[in-house]
Design a protein around this ligand. Structure first.
Ligand SMILES: *[C@@H]1O[C@H](CO)[C@@H](O)[C@H](O)[C@H]1NC(C)=O
Ligand SMILES: *[C@@H]1O[C@H](CO)[C@@H](O)[C@H](O)[C@H]1NC(C)=O
Ligand SMILES: *[C@@H]1O[C@H](CO)[C@@H](O)[C@H](O)[C@H]1NC(C)=O
Ligand SMILES: *[C@@H]1O[C@H](CO)[C@@H](O)[C@H](O)[C@H]1NC(C)=O
Length: 725
């Protein structure tokens, strides 16, 4: 018993000694507001178990903002008053640091070790650039290696010496702390008595200003550090001083262990907000701003997806800006069909002549001025949001400003920038391609987002109250918005944790046709497929669902109803049906043996697109169904035929001038017409109930002599192509 007690007495419990070690170090910082930058600092400190004391929270800030050289005196005043408490604590090491634009890259043990190795009582961070007074340069001691000038954003020292350093501060809050500390350092007597040195080689402090080329991310064994290449050091604190906030944001996407190759994103699950237990009528109120700023393909699909967002419509207010005459009817169809489902719908149309930036400001204002508006969700019409949970996911991520990553399919063009050029335009960050292509997934603090994003409504009524957020000098609307948000120290996030959707290519969209989307097979092939290719085509491609109604005649689903309807309407809109004569100036030789009443694809300038369609959707299936035959899907004749009892009801038996033929039914028997169908004479085999959107595929010459059976009522349309003539 006695032995045991003695042991306990001799060996203090371990956690106690750890605590004691911690007590040797105290981190002091000044922050008057809890900005996102401050919370990032705090998180990095907590990650390494630093003990922090925050000075000035809730106080009004009297200094200038840190972009100007003056200001900062308030920090010295606050430090001075708190140091009075610690003036006699000889073993206490105090780290004073900025916090809005600082992150810790390593823990207290390394910090203390490096401080002790510096063999000085006070160590200041060093700078490449001298400020605020360049005339002081001559007074600076020469250095053999490293940075020569003092930076006041971070310093570390023993409490009594720091106390001495600030003891004679009497300046106003608006005076420069940087100048004050510089003068102390440049005074040889003070430098010696307070024993001040600079961290010339960035072993402890890395100021990024003037040093961007020196600093790179270093991934090693599941850890991430910033490495200073000039001095081969791994600084403990990284400070985005001056105009380097964006670079700090970039580094902060990784440091400390925010994202690693081994673990992925460590912060993505932090501070989430859950919508799970909410009843429909308690969902946050969202104002969705929809922007149709230029002619945009697949707009009906856009509205369908909007309708399918999994979010209670009674909690959505819709603001639509349509600048295009061309889209009037699509917008009207949507609004008239669904107005009642939403809380309200407001449309600003082309007749209102509102410019892009002004329309976007209107959308923001509608949310800002309505205290119940909890979120503003901006959505441009060229964004194809495939994930109906996008809005929920963004809300649950609980950020002030956040965009879902969307990009052009197969391209590097996306709705965010990883970096800005010196002029404020696009620059590629080192991780841009990996993020766009999903090799790094997570939550990224970036300088620019556009096209689709969510803004917390409350900041529109607090930090972002300036009237025209989408205006700033000559910047484009979106660049102006991002600029104005960044100016307030608010972070812009983009998340690529899900596949949210993509951005359409608008480059080759022409509005000269009735159904312009049909021509989009080159520019937006995926969207074209979604709209026009039958949902069971893929099954047919795998050999399922393919029927053989007659020998060597295949029958499978190919077109959606939209494809059929739009092609017919396009032809009717064009209207120049042939007369059904043997004379046909459209073809080589000018003579047609078996004339139909038809319009050729090239008459509506659709042959390139039709060829691409045949290549993408017919060639692969041909190779499946006629093994060993490789089609080049070449054609001279591809056309839509119209059969009507009073015009041309049927077609006499004939061979096609093709190796094989496809014959797509474009409307419905029994509804749009009666009769019709196709009969193959050699087999005495008829297909009397063609299915809309399904195609027949059969050999052309030789075996498959066939006729078009009479249409007895209504109008029947088919799209026929003679392949490999
Ligand atoms: C600080 O003190 C150490 C000895 O403790 C000395 O070697 C060093 O030169 C001093 N530095 C300055 C700047 O006075
Ligand atoms: C939702 O409600 C269930 C049951 O009331 C509860 O167990 C759960 O913790 C709630 N979840 C959230 C995220 O509030
Ligand atoms: C696709 O095939 C499935 C299963 O055969 C069927 O239920 C569905 O209706 C088909 N889709 C269309 C659009 O015909
Ligand atoms: C063709 O088939 C039909 C029934 O489908 C039959 O009535 C007719 O006699 C057949 N004609 C010939 C020439 O075999």
């Amino acid at each position: 018993m006695l032995m045991l007690l003695m042991l306990l007495f001799l060996m203090p419990p371990e956690n106690n000694s750890a605590k004691q070690q911690q007590d040797d170090l105290l981190v002091l910082t000044v922050a008057t507001k809890e900005t996102e930058g401050f919370r990032r600092f705090q998180r990095s400190a907590q990650f390494f178990n630093y003990e922090i004391k925050v000075l000035g929270l809730g106080e009004a800030w009297h200094g200038e903002d840190d972009k100007k050289t003056a200001g900062g005196g308030q920090k010295v005043r606050l430090l001075k008053s708190v140091l009075e408490e610690y003036a006699d604590k000889e073993d206490l090491v105090i780290l004073f640091t900025e916090s809005y634009d600082v992150i810790f890259a390593s823990g207290p043990a390394e910090l203390l070790k490096k401080f002790k190795q510096a063999k000085s009582k006070v160590v200041f961070s060093s700078e490449t650039l001298i400020y605020p007074d360049r005339r002081l340069e001559a007074k600076y001691p020469q250095v053999r290696e490293g940075k020569r000038f003092l930076g006041s954003g971070g310093f570390i020292g023993y409490a009594p010496f720091l106390s001495k350093l600030v003891a004679d501060w009497e300046g106003p809050d608006s005076a420069s702390d940087q100048l004050f500390y510089t003068k102390a350092f440049l005074d040889p007597e003070k430098r010696e008595s307070i024993n001040i040195t600079l961290d010339h080689r960035c072993r402890i402090f890395q100021n990024l200003n003037g040093a961007l080329d020196e600093v790179v991310l270093k991934f090693e064994n599941g850890r991430v550090r910033a490495r200073n290449l000039a001095f081969d050091t791994l600084p403990v604190l990284i400070h985005g001083n001056g105009p380097t906030k964006l670079q700090l944001n970039y580094l902060g996407n990784y440091i400390p262990q925010t994202w690693t190759f081994e673990m992925g994103c460590a912060v993505c699950g932090e501070g989430l907000k859950s919508l799970k237990n909410l009843t429909e009528d308690t969902f946050p109120m969202v104002l969705i701003g929809v922007f149709i700023e230029q002619p945009t393909p697949f707009l009906s699909q856009f509205f369908e997806r909007l309708q399918k967002l999994r979010y209670p419509k009674r909690r959505i207010q819709l603001f639509i800006h349509n600048r295009e005459e061309h889209h009037l009817s699509q917008v009207n169809t949507f609004v008239n069909g669904h107005r009642e489902e939403y809380r309200w719908v407001k449309v600003v149309g082309p007749e209102d002549r509102v410019e892009n930036a002004d329309a976007r400001n209107m959308g923001i204002d509608l949310c800002r001025q309505d205290p119940v508006c909890e979120y503003y969700f901006s959505l441009d019409a060229e964004v194809a949001l495939k994930d109906p949970d996008t809005l929920r996911i963004l809300i649950e991520q609980n950020k002030l400003v956040i965009a879902p990553l969307v990009c052009r399919l197969g391209k590097l063009w996306s709705n965010f920038w990883g970096a800005l050029s010196a002029e404020g335009y696009y620059a590629r960050s080192e991780d841009y391609v990996d993020i766009v292509q999903g090799r790094r997934t997570g939550l990224w603090n970036v300088p620019y987002i556009s096209s689709v994003y969510l803004i917390d409504g409350s900041i529109l009524r607090s930090q972002l109250t300036q009237p025209a957020l989408f205006r700033s000098g000559k910047l484009d609307a979106d660049m102006a918005l991002c600029h104005n948000i960044r100016e307030q120290g608010i972070f812009l996030f983009v998340t690529n944790q899900h596949q949210f959707g993509h951005i359409l290519s608008l480059e080759n969209y022409q509005t000269t046709h009735l159904h312009n989307d049909l021509w989009q097979i080159f520019s937006n092939p995926e969207d074209w497929k979604e709209k026009y290719i039958h949902e069971n085509y893929t099954a047919a491609l795998k050999g399922k669902l393919v029927e053989t109604p007659c020998p060597d005649v295949y029958w499978f689903p190919l077109f959606t109803d939209a494809a059929c309807d739009e092609l017919v309407e396009e032809m009717e809109n064009f209207g120049q049906w042939s007369k059904g004569d043997n004379t046909d100036t459209r073809i080589l030789g000018g003579y047609e043996n078996v004339p139909t009443i038809d319009i050729h694809m090239n008459q509506i300038n659709f042959e390139r697109e039709w060829y691409k369609f045949l290549l993408d959707y017919i060639a692969p299936i041909t190779e499946k169904l006629y093994p060993g035959y490789y089609t080049r899907t070449q054609f001279e004749l591809a056309f839509v035929v119209r059969y009507k009892p009073e015009e041309q009801p049927s077609l006499m038996p004939h061979h096609d001038a093709s190796t094989f033929t496809i014959n797509i039914a474009l409307n419905r028997v029994g509804i749009d017409y009666e009769g019709g169908g196709c009969r193959f004479l050699r087999y005495n085999c008829s297909i009397r109930a063609p299915r809309k959107g399904w195609t027949l595929m059969h050999p052309g010459r030789l075996t498959h002599y066939h006729e078009g059976l009479p249409t007895t009522k209504g109008t029947r349309y088919i799209a026929v192509s003679f392949l490999d003539p």
